[in-house]
Design a protein around this ligand. Structure first.
Ligand code: CA
Length: 227
């Protein structure tokens, strides 16, 4: 999944690009409207995240130009807090959704997934799998070996992250920022406790372990034959 971010605020743009990359997307970033439109016209993106106020061309002009060129890539607008008319105008021009600044990254990610699911049905896998473990993202259901596993919302998010990036050692700091949406430097307890609970559900009742601790580094989800 390839996402184009058009955002002139340096920090916001960098933050979005990094967050989306960590969530497993390919993310391009344009810092002004002209570059943004050019990339949107020439690149094969699955989603555009478009700031409204931009130097060069604003977000509406970009969207308008894309729709005129029959580029029907889904668009998620980023708008200022009180700009109700902006939102109406964006949706009228054919935006798929909008998000009001400032927003939590987890909220953006949820919108991104929803828009992508609507935009290109079937393009994003709706079930993640590793060995006999399955996570059905639409029905919000986990099974292992066909057995239903009940997960809390946090455990589900944690397992989704581990599955999306299975085989990769995920540092606690990354898990904290992706699943808890927090900056995390002192208390590792939250993650350790959640990980222990998750393991007791997806590993303990079964013969083979999928969740592994890498001392001093983090956690990895891996099938035994891949180790
Ligand atoms: Ca801006």
């Amino acid at each position: 999944m390839k996402v184009l971010i058009v955002e002139d605020e340096t920090k916001t743009g960098d933050y979005l690009r990094q967050g989306l990359r960590e969530a497993g997307y390919t993310a391009d970033l344009a810092r002004n409207g002209v570059d943004g439109l050019h990339l949107a016209m020439t690149g094969d993106h699955d989603l555009l995240i478009l700031d409204v106020m931009l130097p060069g061309l604003d977000g509406w002009q970009i969207l308008d130009a894309l729709r005129r060129a029959h580029k029907d890539v889904p668009v998620l607008f980023l708008t200022a807090r009180d700009a109700v008319e902006d939102r109406v105008k964006g949706l009228e021009l054919g935006a798929d959704d909008y998000l009001v600044k400032p927003f939590a990254f987890s909220e953006l990610l949820a919108r991104v997934r929803t828009v992508l699911r609507r935009g290109r049905s079937g393009a994003e896998p709706t079930t993640l799998r590793l060995a006999d473990l399955e996570l059905d993202l639409l029905r919000r259901r986990a099974t292992r070996g066909g057995k239903r596993i009940d997960l809390t919302a946090k455990e589900f998010a944690l397992l989704e992250l581990l599955l999306r990036r299975h085989g990769e050692v995920l540092p606690r700091s990354l898990i904290a920022s992706q699943v808890w949406d927090m900056n995390f430097d002192s208390d590792t307890n939250v993650i350790e406790v959640a990980m222990r609970r998750l393991r007791s559900k997806i590993d303990d009742p079964f013969d083979t372990r999928l969740v592994h601790t890498v001392r001093g580094m983090g956690y990895v989800l891996e099938a035994p034959d891949a180790a």
